[in-house]
Ligand binder design. Structure first.
Ligand code: NDP
Length: 456
């Protein structure tokens, strides 16, 4: 870090004890922005960074609901409205047993810069619950979502805070949440994004994050002088949810061989690569049947399945041989230092983070040191929130755009994010370092807005 940001980071750690994911996300940003602060003493004087690391509002609430056996269950609900300087708060909801304030603060903090990078007017937020959707019936999911919205509705609205999905919150959950909001408030507002097309959703939103991560990778390839793009490349992807499904779809359509997918129990290694039939199987398996990725290896010949660390040499998707491009799309800190070394050793030249903060800091440093083009999540996976922004625009216009128009806008936004991060990195003396470029570009926009609005 540096002279200006060191004491701020120490204060963050002290004030937010036991929240290591939040410390990690703050450190990554503060490590990058020192050169920008040196050029902008007005931000230092106004204590912009000290204010930026403190959420504007943290909402923590009880969610009580009744399961199928008639038992009362109690979960925790959260919404972190971190920074609203450039637009209404915006960021997903995560339902996962690991959810607590530290995870959501990290995600909401990242979201501030990501949203700024899209060029759309959206502030940063995140929310969710420690509710575990695995193994729950449809009725239980609905009752939980309704109970969650019974409190959340007070804190959100189309011009105030517009949540979306994240891990464990897909189209089904957004539908139940939206229905309950409409019932309580007796009004139709575009208060959530990721809605079904029939009730105001945007075409292209399900595809957006995965497609965006692939396009970001394609731009990184171009910047290294490789104009063949994904054609003929071998790609490792983790996760089998929304982001992984559509990253694998586009990579495959662009001529790449996608050889891995995973879920929270294990991963598949398909040497022949995904094809249309296999991809459709995954879509049905994960979105309708809600089964395990292991079933892919049971269904298709020649596919290997491993639980993590079961095999000494193939401990995770990142140990698979001859990988050109990696798109980690499951969860935070899923690529450690040894896995980064294995990827580089096996020939990986581009890493595009589909998930939020999937690579640990030492892995990121290693990629950059070894000349791997590394796209940090706040830039590479910004396609999801960008398309959510386009969904908000469509709701305000009371119109719905064609798939082609949305995808065309999204593609342009991803190219623009890439170029902004690339040029900013170069300008501040870190050519090819997308972490520095994305952090400084996002920070400058938000800092200028905060400065203009006075001490708040
Ligand atoms: P989904 O819930 O649709 O899918 C998540 C996938 O990751 C599932 O396959 C899940 O396995 C797996 N997974 C979850 N936790 C772990 C874990 N601890 N270890 C291994 N695998 C795990 O979520 P999304 O695809 O929407 O989100 C994935 C990532 O992308 C998250 O980091 C999210 O924050 C980020 N992201 C998502 C955006 C979006 O638009 N959806 C936008 C920007 C970022 P299982 O099936 O077993 O649950």
């Amino acid at each position: 870090m540096g002279k200006i940001t060191d004491p701020i980071y120490e204060q963050v750690v002290k004030r937010n004890a036991h929240e290591p994911e939040f410390h990690q996300a703050v450190k990554e940003v503060l490590d990058s922005i020192e050169p920008a602060l040196e050029q902008h003493p007005e931000f230092v004087k106004a204590k912009i960074v000290e204010r930026l690391v403190e959420p504007e509002r943290v909402i923590h609430f009880r969610v009580a609901w009744v399961d199928d056996k008639g038992e009362v269950q109690v979960n925790r609900g959260f919404r972190i409205q971190f920074n609203g300087a450039i637009g209404p708060y915006k960021g997903g909801l995560r339902f996962h047993p690991t959810v607590y304030s530290g995870i959501l603060k990290f995600l909401a903090f990242e979201q501030i810069f990501k949203n700024a990078l899209t060029g759309l007017p959206m502030g940063g937020a995140k929310g969710g619950s420690d509710f575990d959707p695995h193994g729950k019936s449809d009725g239980e999911i609905m009752r939980f979502c309704q109970a969650f919205m019974n409190e959340l509705y007070r804190h959100i609205d189309a011009d105030l805070d517009v949540p979306a999905g994240d891990i464990g919150v897909g189209g089904r959950e957004i539908g139940y949440l939206f229905g309950q909001y409409r019932k309580i408030k007796n009004i139709w507002h575009g208060v959530l994004t990721g809605k079904g097309y029939e009730y105001g959703g945007s075409l292209g939103r399900p595809e957006a994050t995965g497609f965006g991560a692939v396009w970001f990778a394609e731009e990184m390839l171009k910047a290294r002088g490789d104009t063949t793009g994904f054609k003929g490349k071998t790609v490792a992807i983790s996760g089998a949810g929304n982001v992984a499904q559509h990253a694998s779809q586009l990579a495959m359509e662009m001529g790449a061989k996608v050889v891995t997918l995973s879920d929270s129990t294990g991963f598949i290694y398909d040497k022949k690569g995904l094809d249309k039939e296999k991809w459709k199987f995954v879509m049905h398996l994960k979105n309708v049947k809600r089964g395990r990725i292991k079933e892919y290896a049971e269904k298709f010949k020649g596919v290997e399945y491993y639980t993590y660390n079961e095999d000494k040499t193939l401990k995770s998707p990142w140990y698979v041989p001859e990988i050109d491009i990696a798109i980690p799309s499951a969860t935070q800190n899923e690529v450690d230092f040894d896995e980064a070394k294995a990827l580089v050793k096996n020939g990986c030249i581009v890493v595009s983070e589909g998930a939020n903060m999937p690579c640990v800091p030492k892995a990121v440093d290693y990629f950059i040191e070894k000349g791997v083009s590394f796209g940090p999540g706040k830039a590479a996976n910004a396609g999801g929130v960008a398309t959510s922004g386009l969904e908000m625009t469509q709701n305000s216009e009371r119109r719905q755009w064609s798939f082609e128009k949305v995808i065309d806008e999204l593609h342009k936004i991803m190219i623009n994010i890439h170029n902004t991060a690339y040029k900013t990195a170069e300008k501040y003396g870190y050519p090819g370092n997308y972490v520095v470029g994305a952090n400084i570009a996002g920070f400058l926009k938000v800092a200028k807005a905060m400065l203009a609005q006075g001490v708040l």
